[in-house]
Design a protein around this ligand. Structure first.
Ligand code: APR
Ligand code: ZN
Ligand code: ZN
Length: 389
C-alpha cells in the first residue's frame, strides 16, 4: 500500500476534556512500530466504558487529548517488524484485553484470560513498546491512547497482541460487537458461569452487555432468565429481544423494575426461584445493584458475576461472614475469552447463527455524528449504535 511506512492524515474524534463534545478533526497517525499493526477502522460503536471514561468518572486516567473507543472492526493497513500472523487486507477485530501468547498468564491454559503485558489497564495511555503515542493533532500535540485500542479514528495503531484476525467472509459490521459487549456478556454466561441446562439466571442492567448475557444463558438452556432494570422500556426490549425460528419470544422470561416493587430485589428473586438463582450478573456498574445481585443468588452454590465498571473510591459492601453462606462473587473480563486464540471460533459460531447479533445493532450513523451516538447511549435509547467510517 502507498501509505506503508508513512504517516497517515485522517479523521478522528478527539476528547479534549471530561464531558466535552468530541471534536472530529484531522489527526496524524504514525506507522506501526515493532510488533504493532496499523488498521483502517470500518465500523466502531460505543460501549458504556467509553461513556464513563469520557465523563471522567471511571478509573481511567484523565489523559487528554485522547482518542477513546474500543469496540470496532476493520482491515489491516500495514504491519510493523516481526508481525507474522497478519498482513495487509486481513479482516480484524481489536481487543482491549490482549493476548501476547508468551507470558505466564497467557500460557496458563485455563486459569486466566488476562495477559501480563496487555491486560486492561485504565491508567495506560501510551504504547507498550516505547511508552510513546502514535497520534498527533494538527498542532502537533500528542494524543493519548485508550484501552490498547483507540478506535474512534479512521486509522489506529495497536499491538498485534490486541488484534484478532477473523474469517475473511465474516460480516464486519456485526463482528464489531465481538470486540467488547457481546463477547463480554455472552462469555460471562458461557465461560465464567458455565450455565447449564435448566439453571436459573438474573441479569441486572439490560444494556448490550446484559442482553448478551441473556443470549448466552438462552443458548445454554437456562430455565429462568430474570432481567432487572430501572428503565421500564427494557421490559419489552428484553422479552422481544430474541425470537427463535417459530417467532416465540425467548429472551428474558421475567422482568423486575426495582422502582415498581416494595421489597428489595433480592427478596423478590429468591421468592421467584425457591431460594435464589444459580447465577447473577451485574451489568449496570452500580454498587447497590451489585449487592442485590450477590444476595439474590442461592446460598450454598450461587455465584454473582461482576461485569459493570464501578467508579472509585466506593468499596463493595459485603460482610466477610456473608461468604460463609456459600455464595461466591467473581468478576469477568472480556467474558473470560482468550481473545486472540478463541475469538476466531466464536466469530464462526456467530456466522453460523448460534448467536444472532442483529438485535444488538439498534442504530447506525456516519462517524461524524459520534456525539449523537453518545447521547443515544446516555439516554438509554440505543443498545449499540454502529458508526460507519
Ligand atoms: N438497577 C438496574 N438497572 C440499572 C441501574 C440500576 N440501579 N442503573 C442502570 N441500569 C441499567 C440501565 O437502565 C441500562 O439499561 O443498566 C443498563 C446499562 O446498559 P448500557 O448503558 O447500555 O451499558 P453497557 O454498554 O451494556 O455496559 C454495561 O458493563 O462494560 C460495562 O462499563 C460498562 O458498567 C457498564 C456495563
Ligand atoms: Zn466495552
Ligand atoms: Zn500475555
Amino acid at each position: 500500500m502507498a501509505s506503508n511506512g508513512k504517516v497517515i492524515t485522517c479523521r478522528a474524534a478527539v476528547a479534549y476534556g471530561p464531558g466535552q463534545p468530541l471534536v472530529v478533526e484531522q489527526v496524524q497517525v504514525d506507522p506501526p512500530q515493532k510488533m504493532e499493526v496499523r488498521i483502517k477502522i470500518l465500523f466502531t460503536s460505543i460501549c458504556h466504558t467509553d461513556l464513563s471514561a469520557w465523563k471522567g468518572e471511571s478509573e481511567a486516567q484523565r489523559a487528554y487529548p485522547r482518542i477513546l473507543g474500543h469496540e470496532a472492526s476493520g482491515v489491516v493497513e500495514s504491519v510493523g517488524e516481526g508481525v507474522i500472523d497478519m498482513k495487509e487486507g486481513d479482516q480484524v477485530v481489536p481487543i482491549f484485553n490482549g493476548e501476547c501468547g508468551d507470558c505466564i498468564y497467557c500460557k496458563s491454559s485455563k486459569k486466566t484470560n488476562l495477559c501480563g503485558k496487555f491486560r486492561v489497564n485504565p491508567f495506560k495511555s501510551v504504547m507498550n513498546s516505547d511508552g510513546k503515542v502514535r497520534f498527533r493533532n494538527k498542532d502537533g500535540i500528542p494524543i493519548y491512547h485508550f484501552l490498547n485500542t483507540s478506535t474512534f479514528s479512521d486509522y489506529t495503531v495497536v499491538d498485534s497482541a490486541c488484534l484478532v484476525k477473523i474469517d475473511p467472509h465474516a460480516p464486519l459490521d456485526k463482528m464489531t460487537l465481538l470486540s467488547c459487549g457481546v463477547s463480554t456478556g455472552l462469555g460471562a454466561a458461557w465461560n465464567t458461569a458455565d450455565v447449564q441446562t435448566g439453571e436459573t439466571v438474573a441479569v441486572f442492567g439490560l444494556g448490550a452487555v446484559g442482553l448478551a448475557v441473556v443470549e448466552g444463558a438462552r443458548t445454554r438452556g437456562a430455565s429462568k432468565i430474570i432481567g432487572v432494570d430501572i428503565n421500564p422500556e427494557k421490559r419489552i426490549k428484553g422479552k422481544r429481544f430474541r425470537k427463535n425460528h417459530k417467532c416465540e419470544a425467548i429472551g428474558i422470561t421475567d422482568f423486575i423494575n426495582p422502582k415498581e416493587i416494595d421489597v428489595p430485589v433480592h427478596e423478590k428473586i429468591r421468592e421467584m426461584t425457591e431460594g435464589g438463582v444459580h447465577y447473577s450478573f451485574e451489568c449496570a456498574g452500580n454498587m447497590e445493584v451489585l449487592r442485590e445481585a450477590f444476595l439474590c443468588t442461592h446460598d450454598g452454590w450461587g455465584m454473582a458475576i461482576v461485569l459493570g465498571i464501578h467508579p472509585t473510591p466506593t468499596l463493595l459492601s459485603l460482610h466477610p461472614m456473608e461468604l460463609f453462606d456459600g455464595r461466591r462473587i467473581v468478576a469477568s473480563v472480556f467474558g473470560d475469552f482468550k481473545g486472540k486464540s478463541q475469538l476466531p471460533l466464536f466469530a464462526k459460531q456467530c456466522m453460523a447463527g448460534v448467536v444472532k447479533l442483529d438485535e444488538f445493532i439498534t442504530h447506525r450513523l456516519p462517524f461524524e455524528k459520534i456525539n449523537e451516538a453518545f447521547q443515544l447511549l446516555l439516554d438509554g435509547k440505543s443498545l449499540r449504535c454502529l458508526l460507519h467510517l
